[in-house]
Design a protein. Structure first.
Length: 366
């Protein structure tokens, strides 16, 4: 039997998503599934815009048909929103799919791929499976993204591709537009991929830089603010020549018809994003106020409803298990490279009632 050596070597890789399945937690601790509250995955707890649900339901009447191969309607809607050419979009079934496909298209085995630490683990995993060498740039302070260190590594190693997560998962740290532009200009032969999965979609972000930097790529998703994570719609914005190369390896019809229609409908509801932003801010302020009475708890970073929480020296694995026994799922953030020796959890706030249950349990941790 012959196995891919990279896959075999990484088969024991620790992934936080695999540790936080609500069904698994319910079975492990003898809990009713409906009693389990998941704070571990960063999604919109308030669900999708109603129009997105209605559009997906209507589309189900035609699921015996394949969708438009080019996703023309979604492509036009996004081009109008981002004010870029329609040929600059590359689509995948969520950004996990996009990341895998662009690495396949834009790198070769033994190429260098740069990541900063800590950050979303999928970049390192997928690049390693591709057979690439990882250039890991550890930030001086985990809560920050050190643009200077990244620039030095780009110049020194000249990687084929580099991932910048801004806002960063799991810290919420950001680079400014000028810092991103400087990195793209410092390494013109490196494809600089800026993952903006966690950004408020109403923000321009780094998208406005793509037209003038042919080596710059921006990733966006419908899974976070737009609230349709289960529909799996992600996309890259890149120069048309990069998109053309990536299209060769994209499976035809890799987005489902209901997913496409839900995404198009979600784009039209501008008030939904504003309401979510305001609610996230209110819940974060409430969380800060409530944990202030426990000096052991400290927010190390946050973005929207995502929080990196320091436990004040307590073991995060034990804390996560303690909470799971109570039906409250959080992510042990030591699964992120660069945070292995920290005492942190990653949590994503939900409704006020759910958040108060978590706050109470956090204060009662031994």
């Amino acid at each position: 039997m012959t196995l891919n050596p990279q896959s075999a070597e990484m088969s024991s890789t620790r992934l936080y998503e695999a540790e936080t399945s609500p069904d698994l937690i319910a079975e492990r601790y003898g809990l009713a599934r409906e009693a389990v509250i998941d704070f571990s995955l960063n999604v919109n707890p308030f669900g999708p815009p109603p129009a997105a649900v209605e559009a997906a339901q209507r589309a189900c009447g035609a699921i015996h048909l394949y969708p438009d191969l080019n996703y023309s309607q979604l492509r036009r809607a996004l081009a109008a929103r981002h004010r870029v050419d329609e040929g600059m979009f590359f689509f995948g079934a969520g950004l996990d799919d996009v990341i895998k496909l662009i690495l396949q298209a834009w790198t070769s085995a033994e190429d260098d791929v740069l990541v900063h630490l800590p950050t979303f683990p999928r970049y390192e995993l997928e690049a390693s499976l591709r057979g690439c060498r990882i250039v890991a740039v550890e930030n001086a302070e985990p809560e920050l993204i050190d643009a200077g260190r990244i620039e030095n590594a780009l110049v020194a190693h000249k990687p084929a591709l580099a991932f910048i997560c801004s806002p960063n998962n799991p810290t919420g740290a950001r680079l400014t537009r000028s810092e991103i532009a400087q990195l793209a200009e410092a390494a013109p032969e490196t494809i600089l991929v800026v993952d903006e999965a966690l950004i408020n979609p109403a923000e321009v972000g780094a998208v406005g830089l793509v037209a003038n930097h042919r080596n710059l790529v921006v990733l966006r998703t419908f899974s976070k603010y737009f609230g349709i994570a289960g529909m799996r719609v992600g996309y890259a914005i890149a120069s048309p020549d990069l998109v053309a190369v990536a299209e060769v390896g994209r499976p035809p019809f890799n987005l489902a018809l209901p997913s496409l229609d839900a995404a198009i409908a979600a784009l039209s509801d501008r008030e939904f994003l504003a309401r979510c932003k305001a609610t996230f801010a209110e819940e974060f302020a409430h969380f800060l106020t409530e944990i202030a009475s426990d000096p052991r708890l400290k927010v190390r970073g946050h973005n929207a409803n995502m929080i990196l929480l320091d436990l004040g020296g307590r073991d995060p694995g034990e804390a996560a298990e303690n909470l799971a026994r109570r039906g409250l799922i959080v992510a042990d953030a030591t699964s992120f490279h660069g945070l292995e020796n920290d005492h942190v959890l990653r949590i994503s706030l939900r409704s006020r009632a759910d958040n108060d249950k978590l706050i109470k349990a956090l204060k009662e941790l031994p």
